[in-house]
Design a protein around this ligand. Structure first.
Ligand code: PEP
Length: 263
């Protein structure tokens, strides 16, 4: 046991999955596993990020869980408040529906939806000002890693948001380091490489904010039950953002167990 003072987070990112009936069965299976009472609330925070369409029904389903499992939005508009913005969901609308968490900056949003640093800054600013906690994703491509630019790219992504985050708002930020080459590919960063980057992220954060030492830094990229224990043992890996493996109740549960056991 590492005995880290930082409570780990394990968050499932369902992406554009699954169909309604499968989502219901998945949540019911997961809630049943939680009844074993092996993952205590104080040992691991849990979250699930379904599609925007399913957010309300997942929230209702999770309300009857034996322990909190927070519904998390996968995205938020860069526009604040309400208004004539077809297709958008603002931070205020999420908050109004008692959604307190949102992913921002996932590499799929950066890559496929052209979300630049300035767009992400607007999202970060609006989400924090509305009182949401954000899971801010950072990570380098394979090419950037091979060119020796991984650290610079990741630290720049952290510095980007520093211009819009007010001093006391850092407590509402969780960072997720997700090397792009490890997302959905089955390739995981080795625990040593992941820990090395997490330590650099923590050093970068502590230069920006005194809260950096206590911020949770999650790892994401093909996390599965087979590698979760080793990753969880790394001192600066304070949880996981889980894509594919979160679509299986037992796998997601085992990953959560691995992180809860570090407390
Ligand atoms: C993700 O989408 O955040 C992710 C880490 O996906 P996977 O676990 O499938 O690599």
């Amino acid at each position: 046991m590492s005995g880290s003072a930082i409570t780990p987070w394990v968050v499932g990112n369902w992406k554009m999955n699954p169909m309604q009936a499968d989502a219901k069965a998945l949540l019911q299976d997961f809630k049943k596993l939680l009844q074993n009472n092996e993952i205590k609330e104080q040992d691991c925070y849990l979250g699930i990020a379904p599609t925007m369409l399913a957010l309300g029904s997942v929230q209702s389903e999770l309300a009857s869980s034996v322990r909190p499992v927070y519904p998390v939005a996968q995205d938020v508009s860069r526009i604040a408040g309400t208004g004539a913005y077809t297709g958008e969901v603002s931070a205020e609308l999420l908050k109004d529906q008692q959604i307190d968490f949102v992913l921002i900056g996932h590499s799929e949003r950066r890559e496929f939806f052209a979300e630049t640093a300035s767009i992400l800054n607007e999202k970060v600013k609006n989400a924090l000002n509305a009182g949401l906690t954000i899971i801010y994703c950072v990570g380098e491509s394979l090419e950037q890693r091979e060119n020796g630019q991984a650290e610079q790219v990741v630290l720049q992504q952290i510095c980007d948001i520093a211009t819009v985050v007010q001093a006391e708002q850092w407590k509402n930020i969780v960072v997720a380091y997700e090397p792009i080459w490890a997302i959905g590919t089955g390739k995981t960063a080795s625990p040593e490489d992941a820990q090395a980057m997490h330590a650099k992220i923590r050093a970068g954060l502590t230069q920006i904010t005194p809260l950096g030492a206590s911020m949770a830094i999650l790892y994401g990229g093909s996390v599965k039950p087979e590698n979760a224990v080793e990753l969880a043992a790394c001192p600066d890996i304070n949880g996981a953002l889980v894509g594919g493996a979160s679509l299986n109740a037992e796998s997601f549960y085992k990953i959560a167990q691995a992180f809860a056991n570090t407390k």
